[in-house]
Design a protein around this ligand. Structure first.
Ligand code: APR
Length: 234
């Protein structure tokens, strides 16, 4: 493949599944035994902040127990090959892409290792547990720091940058995402509208599988390294 091609990759929870992190929709709609409405909405945080703090503290602590898998590594290989013509957009809030070595990563749904002020939205790197007692840098008030996670009903990050990259992309690859949650589920349609070649790599067909030009089904850790090798070798 010509080195000048531009590649945009979207990842979802499926790419981290083989590292040992649960996906969102694999156990009766529950995420680590919680309904998303109880832990992943602004209303849930207003209603029961301690539950929400606890939930994300556990998720953050869990990162120390998991490692990137061959699918994360394959995306580093892809980035090393295409360099500035490569962009990785992830819905994941874990840090496995960075720990594998990916550099150009946009976390459209936020990050576990970040916390932000509810009032000013100023974000800071956060490695420890977060509680209502933590003061923010800007207002120095308690009860204002929250997980820097984009909850249901909130606007994902970097949307202008992502749509711009999709518009310019020659290849769009979605990996390990169910195609249920928008706007990410709409990226394939956006890419198709500018004649981008679209590829789905997933354990099973996603909700938007018919919109992709090419599909590969299986575990990302097994399918993606071969797919990347073929893309680079073209
Ligand atoms: N390899 C590839 N795909 C896999 C693997 C694997 N080893 N294991 C599971 N999958 C697939 C599943 O078949 C499913 O289609 O990954 C997908 C995971 O889907 P979801 O759990 O819905 O995760 P995701 O698409 O990332 O969710 C999107 O929803 O809850 C919100 O904000 C949250 O970012 C999240 C968003």
């Amino acid at each position: 493949m010509n080195r000048k091609k531009k590649i945009v990759v979207l990842t979802g929870a499926g790419i981290s599944a083989e590292s040992g992190l649960k996906t969102f929709r694999d156990s009766n709609g529950l995420w680590e035994n919680h309904r998303v409405e109880d832990v992943a909405t602004p209303e849930a945080f207003a209603r029961d902040p301690d539950l929400v703090y606890r939930f994300y503290n556990l998720r953050r602590a869990q990162l120390a127990e998991v490692n990137p898998n061959p699918a994360h590594d394959a995306l580093v290989t892809l980035e090393n090959h295409f360099q500035d013509d490569f962009l990785l957009v992830t819905q994941n809030v874990d840090d496995l892409h960075e720990r594998a070595g990916s550099k150009r990563v946009l976390h459209m749904h936020g990050e576990l290792k970040s916390a932000k002020c509810s009032k000013t939205h100023k974000a800071v790197r956060w490695e420890e547990d977060l509680t209502a007692m933590n003061l923010c840098d800007c207002c120095a008030l308690q009860n204002e720091m929250r997980p820097d996670i984009v909850w249901f009903g909130e606007m994902p990050y970097f949307m202008d940058e992502i749509y711009q990259a999709l518009f310019q992309a020659d290849v769009f690859i979605a990996i390990g995402t169910s195609g249920i949650v928008y706007p990410a589920a709409g990226f394939v349609a956006e890419a198709n509208s500018s004649n981008t070649h679209t590829v789905e790599i997933n354990l099973e067909p996603s909700s938007v599988q018919s919109q992709f030009d090419e599909q590969h089904y299986g575990k990302a850790g097994q399918v993606l390294p071969d797919y990347v090798a073929s893309l680079i070798g073209e």
